[in-house]
Design a binder for this molecule. Structure first.
Ligand SMILES: Nc1ncnc2c1ncn2[C@@H]1O[C@H](COP(=O)(O)OP(=O)(O)OP(=O)(O)O)[C@@H](O)[C@H]1O
Ligand SMILES: [Mg+2]
Length: 439
């Protein structure tokens, strides 16, 4: 797939900008702070409805404006879709597909698929587990957009269960010290028994959504493992092998759910989206992953560990830690506490790998994500934000070789010499809020 058109209104530093784009390589080049990353960030937003740089939408809206609009024309298998997103910080965002309003903006997630490499990726290796959980979950959503709903459901349950636990923890502390603070009144009136039975209900929800997320993550890690190892070996030949292991809150219980005990997945069947679809426009029903709803079922049906096994295990684990949870007022078990362990040979990458090794690992994770999405059907758009400047000559060349086969590659660079010669293509100068095609 590729993006044929991008237009922005009041997005980041731009009041308006309008760009025609083509398949192949396109470079955006200009001095620091001129708005190169803002352009590719907008495309990333069309794909995921989130930014790779900030956790909230407010910074995406131009200072002084009240909303931003991102429009893009996505071409897939010679068919076009116009995706329009209105970003309204603090209020609901709106989405239109081919000029028809969508009842839920998240229903256009997955229509454009991007894999974005950025300097921030170093945090995948060096940062907190939350960075790696986000990597996995974003990839799940890109492969099967219904996971956006699964993730939202899980987060909602986690929040509500957390509120209940905090109330319970406060009430416990209050009753222990012989005081009854005003905000404990609800708890006292409801009685501890009621809190426990409400907790049972939230446990069931948490286990159900958590099991779905966890099963999908485990399966994803199995699929990623050989791809990451191969990509890392290609980027840094002769170095220690790169490994992945899902480390979950469930794996410590010795109940056989340890990811290490997961049998290696068979090579996942590659779903080819049904080819000849007569309509020239992409319809909402077709947005589901890669090109057809069939892929979503395949993703769900191939779970390495069955959700039916994980769900009761999660519930049991919640029961085991209940006292500690009531004491501390937080949910201590579930996929929100898990991590993706990255290893180089015998050593963990985090805390041990050199700067260059960490970079190669981060690139290998993104390259593996790209391979997976491509195998699902249709090349995602590759975005390389300021990446080549960070790499030595050998890694630059290897990355350039790899990406040259993609249907569309968008590159940003502050210095013209940072765009590898192998990747000659269209060229835009970006300066002082304007974007001009020079080649
Ligand atoms: N919401 C906003 N409103 C107005 N300006 C903004 C907003 N968000 C970011 N900017 C401006 O956009 C500029 C940054 O743009 P961007 O990150 O795209 O730069 P860049 O060309 O990628 O630079 P570098 O080469 O340093 O990566 C900054 O000058 C910043 O002040
Ligand atoms: Mg930048």
């Amino acid at each position: 797939m590729h993006v044929a058109h991008l237009s922005l209104t009041d997005f980041r530093s731009y009041d308006t900008v309008d760009l025609g784009l083509e398949p192949g390589v396109t470079a955006f080049v200009g001095p620091n702070g001129q708005g190169k990353t803002n352009l590719v960030e907008a495309l990333g937003y069309v794909a995921t409805q989130s930014s790779h740089r900030v956790a909230t939408d407010a910074p995406l809206v131009r200072h002084g404006a009240s909303r931003a609009v991102v429009r893009s024309v996505v071409v897939r298998d010679d068919r076009r879709a116009l995706v329009e997103l209105e970003i309204n910080p603090g209020r609901a965002n709106r989405a239109r597909l081919n000029r028809s309003p969508m009842s839920r903006p998240r229903d256009v997630i997955g229509l454009l698929r991007t894999v974005l490499f950025a300097p921030e990726d170093l945090a995948l290796v060096k940062g907190d587990p939350a960075e790696r959980r986000r990597f996995l979950d974003d990839l799940l959503v890109a492969r099967a957009p219904r996971f956006a709903g699964v993730r939202a459901d899980y987060d909602r349950v986690l929040k509500q269960r957390g509120a209940l636990l905090r109330t319970a923890a406060q009430a416990r502390r209050g009753s222990r010290s012989g005081r009854r603070a005003e905000n404990d009144a609800g708890f006292a009136a409801a009685g501890a028994g009621d809190v426990l039975s409400t907790l049972e209900v939230w446990d069931a929800h948490l286990a159900r959504h958590g099991a779905e997320l966890l099963a999908a993550r485990l399966e994803l890690v199995e699929a990623l493992r050989p791809l990451v190892a191969a990509a890392y070996a290609a980027l840094a030949p002769g170095s220690a092998p790169a490994g992945l292991e899902y480390r979950g809150t469930l794996s410590t219980g010795g109940d056989g759910l340890s990811p290490a005990a997961v049998p290696p997945a068979e090579a996942p069947p590659v779903e080819i989206p049904s080819a000849e679809i007569p309509s020239a426009e992409i319809s909402p029903a077709e947005i589901s992953p890669g090109g057809g709803p069939a892929t979503a079922q395949a993703v769900a049906g191939r779970s390495v560990i069955d959700r039916g096994v994980i769900e009761p295990a999660l519930r049991a684990a919640l029961l085991e830690v209940r006292n500690a949870e009531l004491e501390r007022g937080v949910t201590l078990v579930g996929p929100h506490r898990d991590d993706l362990f990255l290893g180089l040979g015998e050593l963990p990458a985090r805390g041990y790998a050199s700067h260059g090794e960490s970079w190669s690992f981060a690139l290998a994770l993104r390259l593996a994500a790209y391979e997976l999405l491509r195998a699902d059907g249709g090349d995602p758009v590759l975005i390389l934000d300021d990446v080549f400047a960070e790499l030595d000559t050998q890694r630059r060349r290897r990355l350039a070789e790899f990406v040259s086969s993609a249907e569309q590659v968008l590159i940003t660079a502050a210095v013209p010499g940072d765009v590898p010669q192998e990747l000659a293509g269209a060229w835009f100068d970006v300066a002082e809020g304007s974007v001009n095609r020079v080649r």
